[in-house]
Design a protein around this ligand. Structure first.
Ligand code: AMP
Length: 282
């Protein structure tokens, strides 16, 4: 096992990257910590495709709205480090808020249109925080590739748009959603669920399964599928933020189901907001 290096300052992270970049492909996995198998799958893919792997752990305050869960967001640095050590990660970048947003900080990265739909409707400042922090992290770590989960499909789309529009040299690589055995998409926020809520949370993955079945049986109307999904969710006491079927290439509405149709879900189970998504034809 290699020795894992923990770096807390931008200066040291930049120096490490400068020292290693010319001889090695650096793979990067940005996270907010409280790691689960979903994060670890990204690390494994990064390892397979890179010479050196950097994982950042930073609960980015600017992507949380005023009434969201920033202060209660789960954290367990020691456990995270031991999981990453077991995967032979080279560097964990663990800056604090002052390091990333020093007093007098003024600059933001904003992507239009695709950030005001889906999660952007109920979380209007969220993606501005995401695009800004990912830009900063890419500039600091200077990786060849960034590995991110399709669990956050809209985030992946927004960041792909951002690296294209702003001519970043870094590639964004989308990786599949990792699920619990019963289908629930892994998320650090699943920790908030009590026993009953954990059972009710299955309405998200069950909605996906049921939508795929409807399509296999010939259903072509997005609205009919959406209605059926809404029923499944409300029967399990889920409060719907959104249920939408969009073209996954453009995040635009489609009149009929085709191979690009993707179901997007955001649902409150109790106080916990969960998201999930799936291409409906695979
Ligand atoms: P987070 O710590 O929630 O900001 O997530 C960090 C990265 O892990 C993002 O790229 C997420 O899309 C990804 N991720 C989170 N949950 C999963 C999952 N269940 N499967 C795959 N990737 C995930």
């Amino acid at each position: 096992m290699k020795k894992l290096k923990i770096i807390r300052t931008i200066k040291e992270m930049v120096a490490w990257s400068n020292q290693n970049k010319s001889q090695n492909k650096i793979g990067f996995v940005p996270t907010m910590g409280y790691l689960h198998e979903g994060h670890l799958s990204l690390v494994r893919t990064a390892k397979e495709n890179s010479d050196l792997v950097v994982v950042s752990i930073f609960v980015n305050p600017t992507q949380f709205g005023a009434n969201e869960d920033l202060s209660t967001y789960p954290r367990d640095f020691e456990r995270d480090i031991s999981l990453l050590e077991n995967l032979d990660v080279d560097v964990v970048f663990f800056p604090n808020n002052q390091e990333m947003y020093p007093t007098g900080y003024k600059t933001w990265v904003v992507t239009d249109e695709i950030t005001s739909i889906l999660c952007g409707k109920s979380r209007p400042t969220h993606f501005k925080g995401v695009t800004t922090i990912v830009s900063k992290l890419i500039n600091i770590v200077n990786p060849e590739s960034v590995f991110m989960g399709t669990k956050d499909f809209q985030q992946l789309t927004v960041l792909n748009q951002m690296v294209q529009d702003l001519n970043f040299r870094t590639k964004i690589i989308g990786c599949p959603i990792v699920r619990e055995n019963d289908g629930l998409a892994m998320s650090s926020r699943n920790k908030y669920l009590n026993e009953i809520e954990r059972k009710n949370a299955l309405c998200l993955s069950e909605s996906i399964k049921s939508s795929k079945k409807m399509i296999k049986n010939g259903e072509k109307s997005p609205n009919k599928i959406i209605e059926s999904v809404k029923k499944i969710i409300t029967e399990k006491s889920g409060k719907i933020d959104y249920v939408e079927i969009l073209d996954e290439r453009t995040l635009k509405f489609t009149n009929s189901i085709d191979e690009h149709s993707r179901l997007f879900l955001a649902v409150y189970i109790g106080k916990t907001r969960l998201i999930d998504n799936a291409n409906l034809n695979v």
